[in-house]
Ligand binder design. Structure first.
Ligand code: SAH
Length: 243
């Protein structure tokens, strides 16, 4: 209940400012966190192993950076979030409306690191075409979408959501199992998240995060029925530990 109440004050614009503008979103060096995340995603999808009809992104928030490399490998991308304000922010971008957040530096950077010489506008258009559904979700429900996803997703992506909405480790494991039910057996899950984080800010909202160790993540994955293929970690430079 406290978490739900906290999210009522979540300000998408403040969240975007804290996390997706400089200094965190500085593309001049891969030591900054945003280029690091984009590199991980690009390398993962470059293998060609993760592909299919549908990819579901759990807790998309107001962001699309996590879908830029993924969108080349799926016919449909389903974005989801608990908050209407975030779904609206995403919808504005998907429809290309004025006032939407400018993701073009991200799209340009991803095209550069993917190295195919693709014009960034082509990738932008492809993601907009494929992002056909933006659905409400609550990972604390056994049925996070309120009904089963049919057919089940071929792949699942979730970035900075589960640890940021779970009051403790047990709840994190349950949420992971709930979202795992959206995925077809044998499908891949790609999880990005924070280790050792206790809170983050989004305007007037100060959101508690369950601080996880790497071993907690390994145990949670096993408990939720996932086989871990690869785990990478990055240490946030002191100068970026803001907000
Ligand atoms: N994926 C984005 C946003 C992460 S912030 C990124 O990588 O930056 C955490 C997100 O979880 C917020 O958008 C918030 O609205 C969402 N959220 C809050 N409670 C939730 C719940 N019970 N189930 C699913 N998502 C939730």
């Amino acid at each position: 209940a406290a978490l739900r109440e906290g999210y009522e004050h979540f300000d998408p614009r403040a969240y975007l400012r804290n996390n997706y503008l400089p200094p965190r979103a500085d593309f001049s060096s891969e030591e900054f966190v945003v280029p690091w995340k984009l590199r991980c995603l690009a390398e993962t999808f470059a293998s060609g192993e993760i592909q299919g009809r549908t990819l579901i992104d759990v807790g998309s928030g107001p962001t699309i950076y996590q879908l830029l490399s993924a969108c080349d490998h799926f016919e449909e991308i389903v974005a989801t979030d608990y908050l209407a304000v975030n779904r609206e922010e995403l919808g504005r971008w998907a429809r290309g409306e004025p006032g939407a957040f400018d993701w073009s530096p991200f799209i340009q950077h991803v095209c550069k690191i993917e190295g195919r010489g693709e014009p960034w506008q082509d990738k932008e258009r492809r993601l907009r075409e494929r992002l056909r559904r933006i659905l409400p979700i609550d990972v604390h429900r056994l049925e996070p979408l309120g009904a089963p996803l049919r057919p089940a997703a071929d792949a699942l992506l979730s970035a900075f959501c589960l640890e940021a909405v779970s009051p403790d480790r047990a709840s994190f494991v349950r949420a992971l199992a709930h979202v795992g039910n959206l995925l077809r057996p044998g499908g891949h899950a790609l999880l990005l998240g924070a280790l050792g984080e206790s809170f983050y800010l989004a305007g007037a909202a100060r959101l508690p995060v369950v601080p996880l160790r790497e071993s907690d993540v390994r145990e949670a994955l096993a408990a939720a029925g996932f086989a871990l293929r690869e785990l990478r970690s990055y240490s946030m430079p002191a100068a970026l530990r803001t907000g």
